[in-house]
Structure formats: C-alpha cells, structure tokens
Design a protein around this ligand. Structure first.
Ligand code: NAP
Length: 296
C-alpha cells in the first residue's frame, strides 16, 4: 500500500478561502481583524515563523502590527509591550513568539495577555476552558491537526490514537481535544513520551499515530500497522549544502518507508505546518468576531 497524502497545504487553502469571506463580511461592518506580534531576540527560526504568519495575515486582508525587542529586553519591557497590545482596539489577537530568550519569563508574559486576545490558546484561562470543553481559543497546531483529519474524511471517533510527545503546545492539548466527549473527539488516546517503556508496542496498535517528538526517525515502518493514519508534526532542520538555506526540513517519521505501509500520511513540509498558521488566522478572525466558538 502507498499512502495517500494528507495535504495540509490544500486544506489550509480551503480554510483560508472560507476565512476570506468572513473577513470581507467583518470589513463591511467596519471591523478589520488585527494581530499584534511580539518578537523578542533574533532566533532565526522564530523570525522565519513570524514573517510567514505576518505574510499570511496580509494575504487575508488582516491588519498586523509587530513589536521587536532585543534579546536583552527586561521582563517589564516585554510586559509593557503586551499591555500596549491589550489596550489597542485595532488588535484583536496577540501572538508572543515562543520561545522567549529567557524561558522563565514565559508564564508571566502569557498570563499578562488579555485571554480574549490570546489567539495562540496558551493563556491558563484558555487552557483551562479547553480542558473543560468550554468555548476557548484552541492551540493552533492541535486544532489544525483535528481540522486536517476531519476535512480529509478521517474519522476520529472510536479510533485508537497514539500521540508521541506531551509538550504544552502540541502533545498534551492534542490528547485532551482528541479524548473530549463530543464532536471532533471521542478517540481512545495513548500519550507517549520519553519514559514510555515500549513505544512501538503502543504505535503498532494505533489507528492513528501522531508524532510530535522533535526527533527524526522516531516512527519507522515496523512501528505502525498496515493501513494506519500517520500525522507528522516534527520539523527538524538537517544540514543540506544543496538546499538554498543550507538545510532542509524533515519530520519525525521515516517518510519513505512509512508511506509504503500507511493509508494516509502528512508530508513535511506541506502537512501540519500550513494548518498551524491557518488556525492562527482562524482564531484572530474569531477574536474580531467577538470570541471563540464551540468545540473544534
Ligand atoms: P518538545 O517541547 O521538545 O516536546 C517533545 C516531546 O516529545 C516531549 O514530551 C518528549 O518527551 C517527547 N519525546 C522526544 N523524543 C521521544 C521519543 N524518542 N519517544 C517518545 N517521546 C519522545 O517539542 P514540541 O514543541 O512539542 O514540538 C515537537 C516537534 O513538532 C518539533 O519538531 C517542533 O519543531 C514541531 N512543531 C511543529 C509545528 C508545526 O506547525 N508543524 C508546531 C509546533 C511544533 P519528554 O516530555 O519525556 O521529554
């Protein structure tokens, strides 16, 4: 079997077309959805992500405003920038690009954000609401994966899903959303991490494997069953002198061998990545509309 591609680019395009209609309707009422972006330091990967997000905003007709602070910025300077976005009526959503140079500041900075503008879904209020199944801004990568699966016709309800990775931004919220009772959830979830004793024993029993470990070749062909669905969240840079930037991106899944066994697989790039940015746009438009809606 050769897997069909879970085409994040195509699904993201479809969702962005839907959003464009909403943005036009909002603009007709005099509302231009606005995103405030805060970038601290000069981490090259963060700069690439921020540029891609701002370009996507521009393409959709959103307003965006960027504040850049040096890596040496104090906690007060960062909190002031967040406070200014909180007060700015043109800004409906705030994106603080993580990681911050000083990771110990992150909880304070996230908590300083108005939860009604927290379009990344990382504020404790949104995290708590999402766990309780209440309307909340859902974190972009997990929500994007759910949309990608659903819009590709893959049923989650009743499936055994193995998630590899338990980070606050990907694995853990994904496990929460997948296991939620109701539409978009109802999966049986196994959450794996570095203390999992026999990873392959779990993945081999899975209908859907979602890899978010940040380590190439975490999932090999002998670790999945024939006909499984494989979602690769990983984005790992490997040196490649022939590539324009001197590196290329690969996922956590050994793509060439796993695609011969799986029924569906996401490419890297072009799988989860475009969905993540799209869900940021989705949340920003929702914030401009007045807040998040119901379940994923
Ligand atoms: P992270 O914070 O480093 O977390 C990685 C998780 O994977 C941890 O929970 C870790 O376990 C687990 N893990 C690592 N190696 C493992 C192994 N061999 N077996 C089982 N579990 C293992 O990473 P993250 O922020 O979640 O990101 C994960 C990957 O997704 C990265 O490559 C990142 O670049 C990518 N990413 C992509 C997008 C996108 O839009 N495409 C968005 C976000 C992240 P412990 O908890 O035990 O350490």
């Amino acid at each position: 079997m050769t897997a069909r591609l879970l085409d994040g680019k195509a699904v993201a395009q479809q969702m962005r077309a839907e959003l464009a209609a909403e943005v036009a309707a909002l603009r007709g009422r005099g509302v231009v959805p606005g995103l405030g972006v805060l970038l601290v330091g000069d981490n090259p990967a963060s700069r690439v992500y921020v540029t891609a997000k701002e370009r996507a905003c521009g393409d959709l007709g959103l307003y965006s405003s960027e504040v850049r602070l040096p890596a040496s910025a104090s906690r007060d300077q960062i909190l002031d920038a967040v406070g200014a976005f909180n007060r700015d009526e043109r800004i409906h959503g705030i994106l603080v690009q993580l990681p911050l140079p000083d990771a110990s500041m992150e909880p304070h900075v996230l908590e300083a954000m108005n939860p009604a503008k927290d379009v990344d879904g990382f504020h404790p209020v949104n995290v708590g609401k999402a766990v309780l199944g209440l309307p909340a801004f859902l974190p972009c990568t997990p929500h994007g994966i759910l949309q990608l699966l659903r819009r590709s016709g893959i049923s989650i309800a009743g499936a055994h899903v193995v998630v590899i990775g338990r980070s606050r931004i990907v694995g853990r919220p994904l496990a929460t959303l997948l296991s939620q009772k109701g539409e978009g959830g109802n999966a049986t979830v196994t959450l794996c991490h570095t203390a999992t004793r026999d990873l392959a024993a779990h993945t081999r029993r899975a209908d859907i494997v979602i890899a978010a470990a940040g380590r190439p070749d975490t999932v090999r062909a002998d670790m999945i069953r024939e006909g499984a669905v494989v979602v690769d969240v990983g984005m790992n840079r490997v040196p490649d002198p022939s590539a324009p930037r001197g590196y290329r991106l690969i996922g956590d899944v050994a793509f060439d061998e796993v695609r011969e066994k799986a029924a569906w697989i996401t490419p890297v790039p072009g799988g989860v990545g475009p969905m993540t940015i799209t869900m940021l746009l989705f949340n920003t438009v929702a914030a401009a509309r007045g807040g998040p809606s119901g379940s994923p």
